[in-house]
Design a protein around this ligand. Structure first.
Ligand SMILES: NC(=O)c1ccc[n+]([C@@H]2O[C@H](COP(=O)([O-])OP(=O)(O)OC[C@H]3O[C@@H](n4cnc5c(N)ncnc54)[C@H](OP(=O)(O)O)[C@@H]3O)[C@@H](O)[C@H]2O)c1
Length: 341
């Protein structure tokens, strides 16, 4: 399973499908086939491992190709025909004796593979290294279970929770290391979202750029939320070579916006501001993960990173827990989730 988890990491971190790895092993534990899922529309990990078994000449030549073998997979084999066929069936047809998977498939259409395998007489075991496997597919599994994109809220802030000085100047609160980290993370998500206020105030490009200003090859969809008609000459609408598409969702309804993004294939969206839109996502309990870049600066004054969260008294405060604190040059990256009781 450790090898299958390692293989899964070769898959794309974003997009419609999860990262999955699979190995085929003999009765004495020798690995004779390996595979991972390379993204939507390509072979699932189990099928890739079966093809590898054949390609490296280790397939059984008389009868089913994987007779006597065990398939070890990071995710429950799927049970439905999407862009590719069901993996449970592929494993049954290949003749595997046993399937060991780490974690269950949360998909509404794709789950049920374990039952299909058992009904066909295949021995099935689950739960091995499931915490690691869950972590690997956390974003995809959450989006699939919620039927809306996983929402990361990102903002830069001073130590006293300010996003700008009283005159509105905010470049730069955090240092170059923090900004580089943001740009790298933009390559790992499907979409970036900001409110119309940020486009008007900052005229941002919202691309993922290297240190020298050149574009990364992976660019997230750019999404603007709000009803205001914007200047079509704004930098965010420049879709010239290498830049991603930009869509404006002319609504303030966050749930409707998330549903349209899900329909467009977005599974992970990073909300990058400003304070009004960010606060609305928090107020409506729509944030799955917080990424706060905190600078050792004190600014004071009226421009806070978040505004009205609907918290009337301290008992209603949003209760978070830190999951990671990393130093980035002089700044801190704080990752947090809502506390689960
Ligand atoms: N420190 C940081 O990390 C960071 C990041 C980004 C921006 N900023 C700063 O934030 C400032 C802009 O922030 P902002 O708060 O004015 O703008 P914003 O949050 O980007 O946009 C606010 C606008 O979004 C629209 N909107 C969409 N959905 C909404 C909803 N559910 N509820 C309310 N409004 C909704 C509304 O405009 P419509 O009338 O068009 O619907 C609203 O006026 C800039 O000065 C920028 O520099 C800081």
């Amino acid at each position: 399973m450790r090898r299958a988890l390692e293989l899964a990491l070769n898959g794309p971190i974003k997009g419609l499908n999860p990262r999955v790895g699979a190995v085929l092993i003999t009765a004495n534990g020798e690995i004779v086939g390996e595979g991972w899922h390379k993204g939507s529309g390509t072979d699932h990990a189990e099928v890739a491992a079966l093809k590898d078994l054949q390609a490296n000449g280790r397939a059984n030549l008389t009868g089913p190709i994987a007779k006597g073998l065990t398939a070890v997979v990071t995710l429950e084999p799927c049970n439905h025909t999407g862009k590719t066929g069901p993996c449970a069936l592929a494993l049954i047809e290949a003749g595997v004796d046993k399937v060991i998977f780490a974690t269950k498939d949360p998909g509404h259409n794709s789950s049920g593979g374990a039952a299909t395998l058992r009904n066909a007489g295949v021995e099935v075991e689950s739960g091995l290294l499931h915490a690691e496997a869950d972590d690997l597919i956390r974003v995809w599994a959450t989006a699939t279970a919620q039927q809306r994109p996983f929402v990361t809220l990102k903002y830069g802030s001073s130590l006293d929770g300010r996003s700008a000085a009283a005159d509105g100047t905010s470049k730069w609160i955090t240092g170059p290391e923090a900004r580089r980290d943001v740009h790298r993370r933009r390559t790992q998500i499907d979409a970036i979202l900001v409110g119309t206020g940020t486009v008007i105030a900052d005229d941002p490009e919202l691309t993922a750029r290297h240190r020298d200003g050149s574009l990364y090859s992976e660019q997230p969809l750019r999404v603007i939320l709000g009803e205001t008609e914007l200047d079509p000459g704004a930098r965010i609408f420049d879709e010239s070579e290498g830049k991603a598409k930009t869509v404006q969702l002319h609504t303030r309804d966050l749930n409707a916006a998330l549903l349209s993004l899900f329909d467009m294939g977005v599974r992970h969206v990073m909300v990058e501001g400003g304070a009004i839109v960010a606060s609305e996502f928090v107020r409506h309990n729509l944030v799955n993960e917080y990424l706060i870049y905190m600078a050792p600066k004190l600014i004071g004054g009226p421009i806070t990173s978040l505004g009205n969260l609907g918290v009337a008294n301290i008992g209603q405060a949003k209760d978070l827990e830190f999951t990671e604190i990393t130093a980035l040059g002089p700044d801190l990256l704080i990752r947090a989730n809502e506390r689960k009781n």
